[in-house]
Design a protein around this ligand. Structure first.
Ligand SMILES: [Zn+2]
Length: 368
């Protein structure tokens, strides 16, 4: 069993088919002649032209995902995020934001008519893989997990895409790493991520730079210094470095381009229509955070997929700047959910509404 990322064992059968996936716009067409290089060190010249800022195609209102980040770094902590399409984005989803309260839900609790967007949200990022691929984040080896002690603590999330899948920039930015990690360490050690691209994005978050990292690539199609547009094809997926099979390893880093500055990508990737996220803190009375407890979410007011994850494993795994959570669930359908944690043979429960395009925060206090 390798020390790094997971493999292709998780696959489509555990990931629902995308039904309401965000529309994608490939800014540049893939090269007409597929590149066949297998070694990141001997890549042919990149075939995708640098995107000139003045030539950035305007967003297509019918296919763009939910929010467009306006790339204006400012001193204010909140990003400037402008809804680009109020028809297909947030307002549409409000229909499911106020679920019919089923008998099982406590009748004394009246949800707000519509959750208000929180200033803590920072769903800046688009899926880094094409819409017709495995767009859902892998649930078997989530951020902060060791996959039942079999792998290193995970500093990112996986997308279970096959070899050679187009990898897309999650947001516009500047390429600061493009190649491999045979000499420079970007992960736990050299030759850990194999073919790797790191983008520094154009907008600061709370005054800090934001980076995304794409690893195990079979081909790198950009070079250091390039300005890339949102969802531009930057690479192709593979299994280079420490990987048991083809997939994309995707990281978000805040404050510094460092393995110790990762955040949970689930709280940065824009949820699909009608869905939100749950972030939570599971802690003991002394404030300590037990590692890798099972966390599940069951919808109480209607049918929905089961969601499960584990609490983060150790201190090198950071909570989000806004949430300071130690677990997160993504792409949760709007509804009313019971969150359960098992600790010392006792089950702890909390209940929360989930709203589209929002993060619901849950605190579960364990007995010592
Ligand atoms: Zn990984």
């Amino acid at each position: 069993m390798g020390a790094g990322c997971g493999n292709a064992e998780f696959s489509a059968e555990v990931l629902p088919e995308p039904t309401a996936a965000l529309g994608l716009v490939l800014v540049n067409e893939p090269p007409s002649q597929p590149l066949l290089a297998s070694e990141p060190t001997v890549l042919p010249p990149p075939v995708i032209k640098i995107t000139q800022p003045t030539a950035t195609p305007p967003p297509s209102p019918t296919t763009r995902p939910i929010y467009t980040q306006t790339p204006i770094p400012t001193a204010t902590p909140a990003p400037i995020i402008t809804p680009t399409n109020t028809i297909t984005t947030y307002p549409v989803a409000t229909e499911t934001a106020v679920p019919t309260v089923a008998a099982v839900v406590r009748a004394t609790f009246t949800p707000p008519a519509e959750g208000a967007p929180s200033p803590n949200e920072h769903y800046w990022l688009y899926r880094p893989v094409p819409q017709n691929s495995s767009v859902w984040t892998d649930k078997v080896y989530p951020y902060g997990s060791t996959r039942d002690g079999t792998l290193q603590v995970h500093h990112g999330v996986e997308f279970a895409v096959p070899q050679g899948t187009d990898i897309l920039a999650a947001q516009a930015g500047t390429v600061i790493v493009a190649g491999n990690d045979l000499e420079e360490i970007y992960g736990a050690r050299t030759d850990f991520y194999g073919g790797v691209v790191i983008i520094q994005h154009n907008t600061l978050y709370r005054g800090q730079p934001v980076y995304t990292l794409y690893a195990h690539l079979s081909e790198v199609l950009v070079s250091v210094g390039w300005q890339v547009d949102t969802q531009q094809v930057i690479a192709r997926s593979g299994s280079t470095g420490v990987a048991l099979g083809p997939h994309l390893h995707f990281e978000v880093r805040v404050g510094a381009n460092s393995y110790d500055h990762t955040r949970n990508p689930l709280l940065w990737l824009s949820p699909f229509k009608g869905r939100g996220s749950v972030a939570g803190l599971v802690a003991l009375p002394d404030g300590s955070r037990p590692a890798e407890l099972s966390v599940t979410a069951h919808r109480l007011d209607g049918a929905a997929a089961y969601h499960g994850t584990t609490t983060y494993a150790d201190g090198r795994i950071n909570g989000d700047d806004a949430w300071q959570e130690n677990f997160a669930l993504d792409d949760v359908y709007a509804g009313y959910y019971q969150i359960k944690v098992r600790y010392n043979d006792k089950t702890y429960k909390a209940e929360t509404w989930v709203y589209p395009q929002q993060t619901s925060f849950v605190t579960i206090q364990l007995d010592g």
